[in-house]
Design a protein around this ligand. Structure first.
Ligand code: NAP
Length: 356
């Protein structure tokens, strides 16, 4: 029997990805879909402005949209949240108080002391922090979409050589701005060199994720991160130009080897959404590119390329990740799969079903 799940914010950019990915998920099954008052009571197919390139799954078309209150979650032990950040904090806390394991894409709880900020290949051990939360359920968070791609590219370098400083310039896709999205007159023939709060999130979240779990807290990693964020006219896929200063000398061939050989706990556990390999090294002179490489590993793998020495720091490279799959809905599914595998649902939630 599959685990029944609810999706909060199901009509949005990330919510639609959740619906598409969950329709084919081997462990989870959509029971409830939640959106704002404007949509409550309408069948999903009527309320949603479906923007995905795959058809709306027939199994969810007639589900009536519910309010973001735990009473309407119909006993779902697992809740995925892609709510607007303005409402996510309070709603997610209410679901956790009611006993659900909530996996959130919103920024609201990410930096809270007892809330793990998880990229399962990078810091699966931080999951244990959630045991210190004082409600019957649990809040687990998925980082900012650019941060996920960045820390995945950095983790093999942190492990092999140590990383002291990072400078990153992002070129972020339009789908990262939510629906209805950036107006055409601002997006086409343009680069917008500002995304509210994004640079601060990349800088603070990276050191939490790369930090050490010290039984009762995360000790942030001692790495300085400087970010410039830009919105560009790409539908999906965030590209990042990165320069890094290592703590120990590194040969270029060893940097490439660290990426190529990298693997993590989700791959060892064989979790359904774990990409194998998690990182694709691309040797072409002009790779990675969003249109060509964002769907590697079904959108769950990142790609890296253009490794060369840096006259300011030690090395520079380009990395690309799918922002609504790896950077949002797919990343949250992987977090949930890790939580199920580690027994979080059995321990914390009333009404948990075993996975089939
Ligand atoms: P979005 O397209 O604007 O979708 C927001 C969703 O929240 C919609 O389903 C909306 O429902 C619902 N909502 C808004 N106000 C509500 C309320 N008062 N009560 C209940 N539901 C409400 O945004 P998005 O891009 O999917 O982002 C969702 C969250 O994920 C945000 O916190 C964002 O920061 C985060 N995130 C986004 C990305 C990305 O690449 N897009 C990546 C990582 C994280 P209606 O349709 O009924 O208004």
């Amino acid at each position: 029997m599959k685990i029944p799940v609810a999706v909060l914010g199901a009509t949005g950019s990330v919510g639609q990805r959740f619906v598409g990915l969950l329709a084919a998920h081997p462990w989870f099954e959509i029971r409830r879909l939640v959106a704002s008052e404007r949509s409550v009571g309408k069948p999903y197919a009527e309320a949603v402005d479906w923007m995905q390139s795959t058809p709306l799954p027939p199994s969810v078309a007639e589900i009536k949209l519910a309010r973001a209150t735990p009473e309407e979650a119909d006993g779902c032990p697992l809740v995925f949240s892609s709510l607007d950040a303005g409402v996510a904090g309070a709603a997610e806390s209410a679901f956790a108080r009611a006993g659900a394991v909530v996996v959130s894409n919103a920024k609201s709880h990410r930096m809270s002391r007892n809330v793990p900020l998880l990229v399962p290949e990078v810091n699966a051990d931080h999951l244990e922090l959630a045991e210190r939360q004082d409600h019957p359920g649990m809040i687990l968070t998925n980082p900012n979409c650019s941060t996920i791609g960045l820390v995945l590219a950095l983790k093999p370098l942190v492990d092999a050589f140590g990383v002291e400083a990072v400078s990153v310039v992002t070129m972020q896709a339009l789908s990262g701005a939510g629906l209805p999205g950036v107006p055409g007159m601002r997006a086409v023939d343009n680069v917008v060199p500002f995304i509210a709060g994004e640079e601060e999130k990349i800088e603070s979240e990276s050191s939490k994720i790369l930090g050490r779990f010290r039984r009762d807290r995360i000790e942030p990693a001692d790495v300085s991160v400087s970010a410039h964020c830009n919105r560009v006219a790409v539908i999906d896929g965030h590209t990042q130009c990165v320069s890094v200063k290592m703590r120990r000398p590194a040969r270029a061939e060893d940097v490439r080897k660290a990426w190529i050989e990298f693997t993590g706990e989700p791959q060892e556990l064989g979790l359904p959404s774990a990409p194998v390999p998690p990182i694709h090294w691309l040797p072409e002179a002009d790779a990675p590119q969003p249109r060509l490489h964002r769907n590697l590993g079904a959108g769950m793998a990142i790609s890296v390329g253009r490794l060369r020495s840096c006259p300011l720091l030690d090395y520079r490279f380009v990395t690309l990740s799918h922002n609504t799959v790896r950077g949002a809905a797919g990343g949250a599914l992987l977090v949930a799969e890790l939580a199920v595998e580690k027994g979080c649902l059995t321990e914390r939630s009333a009404g948990t079903r075993s996975r089939g």
